[in-house]
Write a protein that binds this ligand. Structure first.
Ligand SMILES: C[S@@+](CC[C@H](N)C(=O)[O-])C[C@H]1O[C@@H](n2cnc3c(N)ncnc32)[C@H](O)[C@@H]1O
Length: 301
């Protein structure tokens, strides 16, 4: 767990709504009172897995039900964040200076722009999420410079993302962009055609752009001898998310690879999150079997 206190904006950070791209009412069309606390939200459940405090009783109860049937979910969430950080570092080191982070989640330090800035302080980042609570917290924690922005928009309407004024202001579509779809595509059902949504976003990006993707799976880790799908845990997890605002669509590696569409997979391909270009020791097969995210990075030629 991060162990950070997310209950209030850090004292050295500006108040919510600071900056030219703050998600004020004109961007989001909602007020804090309109935030739905009657159903679990994936963003707030994920915040709970990571040890954050931007969640409500309904989210904590649902997250605890997931932890009960799949105790390693917190480990998976942390490994997923670590993958995001490694991928962003690699891409900024390789020259990327613009990032579209779709499915941002509730801010968790270090956030994408903070990681990018370690290598390239001039990197522009637009965060996109369809959950109003993410917008609420983005103001305080993500938008402390004129190089970051937030768009309240839905991945299921990629045209609205591409046309969003904040996206248009901050992203130059003639220059390479890193598109982050980290732990979000499993909230898109087959009927909603995730590959087509990615393709629409990819079409708008020039050669040299990259896709950073991670995705939940119920596939056993192939090198783990005892690897098997625990059907009870699987059904339990999927069942909890059925009551959430976005149900979960677990996919196999073979189901995830085609989502890269025009992006050519970079080494090592689609692997369990800790195995994507690790910068330290990697977990053993049993832990990898319990790490329920696949990850990969692709490049548009
Ligand atoms: C599990 S969190 C991942 C956060 C972050 N990307 C990470 O990996 O640490 C998933 C995020 O995707 C957002 N999300 C789910 N469905 C979405 C959609 N259709 N459009 C935009 N965001 C979505 C949720 O609100 C949540 O904030």
């Amino acid at each position: 767990m991060t162990g950070q206190d997310f209950s209030a904006p850090a004292p050295d950070r500006p108040a919510p709504g600071f900056g030219p791209y703050a998600p004020g009412p004109e961007h989001s069309g909602f007020s804090a009172e309109q935030i739905d606390t009657s159903r679990p939200h994936p963003a707030r459940m994920y915040d709970y897995y990571l040890g954050g405090r931007d969640n409500y009783e309904v989210d904590r109860a649902a997250a605890e039900r997931v932890i009960e049937v799949h105790p390693q979910v917190r480990l998976s969430a942390r490994a997923n964040r670590a993958f995001l950080r490694r991928a962003v570092r690699e891409l900024t080191a390789g020259g990327i200076r613009q990032i579209l982070d779709v499915g941002t989640g509730i801010p968790t330090s270090p956030n994408t722009h903070e990681v990018a800035r370690e290598t390239a302080p001039d990197t522009r980042v637009v965060y996109v999420d369809n959950d109003p609570i993410v917008a609420t917290h983005a103001g305080a924690r993500l938008l402390d410079t004129d190089r970051t922005g937030f768009a309240l928009a839905d991945l299921r309407d990629p045209g609205a993302i591409l046309d969003h004024p904040t996206v248009r202001d901050l992203i130059d579509f003639s220059q390479p962009v890193a598109l982050l779809l980290v732990a979000v595509l499993h909230f898109i059902s087959d009927d909603e055609d995730p590959a087509a949504l990615v393709a629409t976003l990819a079409d708008a990006l020039p050669a040299g752009s990259h896709l950073v993707l991670s995705h939940a799976t119920d596939e056993p880790y192939e090198a783990y001898e005892g690897g098997r799908v625990d059907q009870t845990a699987r059904a339990g997890v999927v069942d909890v998310y059925k009551s959430a605002t976005a149900p979960l669509n677990l996919r196999t590696k073979a189901g995830i690879e085609p989502l890269f569409g025009p992006f050519t997979l970079l080494d090592p391909g689609v692997v369990r999150v800790p195995l994507w270009r690790p910068d330290g020791p990697v977990p053993g097969p049993q832990e990898l079997n319990h790490t329920i995210f696949y990850a990969g990075v692709g490049r548009k030629g």
